[in-house]
Write a protein that binds this ligand. Structure first.
Ligand code: CA
Length: 545
């Protein structure tokens, strides 16, 4: 990998040559700014048709750049999606999945033992090879234990949190979520970083904005290329906004959060222009998974015409808003119908830096620069996973479901609904339905809402199946799953100020409405001895088969 990096550091060679000759250095590679929203849906932006028209800055960003209406995440949940963005690899390759249940989503709650493996190469670590300074602002979600933190995986700076802003907790059985500056914990949500659940007021987006602006200014002054990963979470329930934005949206509190994020993006882009570095800064805006309809409409967004939302592998869970902006390079006001993936941001960023992706592993991301700069379209499949189960694939306009499932009847009866108002018989099923022999196939052009499966007796179905089958076979035959990282929970790994006197606990149940490995009840006292210090969650999830 290092050899590849050296060989392709064209701009660095130019700079060195220029220095030897005593002339002005060649231009730097472009700065890279990835704006990742949390649970924001495809239909939440004015430019995507949201009727309230409350995202003027994002709409303008699209008008000055390129819109990708067919852009996908790699998993309908935060942690695996973010792992995919930073590694360029499907979560099943990087180990960001669980095998505790079939087709089971998993993320990194406070008691997760695993995290991003050292063997994974993350984008900031690779960009370092091209001289980039890297910062993450906001939510990490790739493991909260120290060995998994951003600064151990290539970032130079971090301001934010390893977990979601759930809470408040009692700080006894469960601590509030910590907030870090680099390696140092500087406070916790609901304490030093308050979130008022009653009013929805929190200043976090403003803090994250200032962190971004300050970093950009500092790197520009140092004439150093930068990678800024702005991973804000105001649109993840509990949604929040700062006082000036509260009550300003026609959409309620979720809209307030969107309006503040939109305003922040506008301020970031304005700063790039004011500093004269807009033409040397590539900016990409997207979201980590579809809107959480389980929280809608008060605390969740819109997936536009698409079916269901977060947690599902229907379009509403996986298709994301996406805008590329690079004045002077990406032509303004364009729409690309390239099937894009969040994993492409990895490969595209390396390409921008003059680097090639690692060759010692499978990389799923494509370089989107040909699509952005020359309008080239590349045929590629989009794979939809839950856990280690391949649920569906899209090729061209055809989407084939090998498994359909939303959530269990048990959850559904408790009022947990990933597809409110969108029941499609035989499609939004509450038992896991296998279609591996004869997949349910939809034409997303005629039927973006996945309501009308093609007849299996039709020529169109057979033609689509003939195209899809070899692509899936090739993918599955070549696939080498990573060691699953999200199988094991242990309460003792939570970030307490004091060592946890309870020691190890075996947890026997799950709350899975959030898709997390959330233990709910301790085993009978006393906990069994566990000299290894790690307990395996070998109990099948209570609510998900
Ligand atoms: Ca999310």
């Amino acid at each position: 990998m290092a050899a590849v990096a050296v060989a392709t550091r064209w701009w660095l060679l130019l700079m060195l040559s220029a220095a030897e000759l005593g002339v002005a250095p060649a231009p730097q590679p472009p700065n890279i700014l990835l704006l990742l929203m949390d649970d924001m849906g495809w239909g939440d932006l004015g430019v995507y048709g949201e009727p309230s028209r409350e995202t003027p800055n994002l709409d303008q960003m699209a008008a000055q750049g390129m819109l990708f209406p067919n852009f996908y995440t790699a998993n309908p949940l935060c942690s695996p999606s973010r792992a995919a963005l930073l590694t360029g690899r499907l979560p099943i390759r990087s180990g960001f999945y669980t095998t505790n249940g079939h087709a089971r989503n998993a993320y990194t709650p406070q008691e997760i033992v695993g995290g991003i493996p050292d063997s994974e190469l993350l984008l900031p670590a690779l960009l370092k090879g091209a001289g980039y300074a890297s910062k993450i602002v906001g939510k990490w979600h790739l493991g909260h234990r120290p060995q998994f933190h951003p600064l151990k995986h290539g970032f130079d700076e971090w301001f934010g949190s390893p977990n979601c802003h759930f809470g408040p907790y009692d700080n006894k059985a469960r601590p509030n979520i910590p907030v870090y500056r680099d390696q140092e914990m500087v406070g916790r949500f609901y304490e030093e970083f308050p979130i008022n659940l009653k009013t929805g007021e929190a200043n976090l987006t403003q803090i994250y904005l200032q962190e971004a602006l300050e970093f950009i200014q500092r790197q520009q002054a140092a004439h150093r290329p930068f990678f800024l990963y702005w991973a804000v979470d105001a649109t993840h329930a509990p949604v929040y906004a700062s006082k000036p934005f509260l009550g300003t949206s026609q959409r309620g509190r979720y809209g307030d959060a969107i309006r503040e994020l939109d305003d922040s993006v506008g301020r970031i882009l304005r700063l790039l222009r004011d500093l004269g570095i807009a033409e040397n800064t590539f900016v990409f805006f997207t979201s980590d998974n579809g809107a959480a309809l389980i929280s809608a409409p008060r605390q969740g967004g819109s997936n536009g015409p698409f079916l269901c939302g977060k947690q599902t592998t229907f379009e509403g869970g996986m298709r994301e808003p996406a805008i590329a902006w690079w004045p002077g390079h990406i032509p303004a006001g364009q729409v690309s119908h390239q099937l894009g993936s969040i994993m492409d941001l990895f490969t595209t960023s390396l390409s921008l830096a003059g680097l090639e992706p690692p060759r010692d592993r499978a990389i799923d991301g494509l370089d989107l620069l040909p699509a952005m700069l020359q309008g080239h379209l590349t045929d590629r499949p989009i794979f939809y996973y839950r856990g280690n189960t391949l649920m569906a694939v899209t090729l061209g306009l055809y989407k084939a479901h090998f498994w359909t499932w939303t959530n269990s009847w048990e959850e559904f009866k408790q009022g947990i609904d990933f597809c409110p108002g969108q029941n499609v018989s035989g499609v939004t099923t509450h038992s896991q339905e296998e279609h591996t022999k004869l997949p349910l196939i939809f034409h997303l052009g005629r039927d973006p809402g996945e309501r009308f499966p093609l007849s299996i007796a039709s020529i169109e179905y057979l033609d689509a199946l003939r195209r899809i089958t070899p692509v899936v076979q090739q993918h599955q035959e070549a696939l080498v799953p990573g060691q699953p990282q999200l199988n094991v929970c242990n309460r003792a790994v939570m970030e307490q100020d004091e060592p946890n006197p309870c020691g190890m606990w075996v947890w026997t149940g799950w709350v899975d409405g959030l898709g997390c490995s959330q233990p709910v009840s301790p085993a009978p006292h006393p906990p069994p001895p566990n000299p290894a210090g790690v307990l395996r969650m070998d109990v099948q999830p209570k609510l998900l088969p």
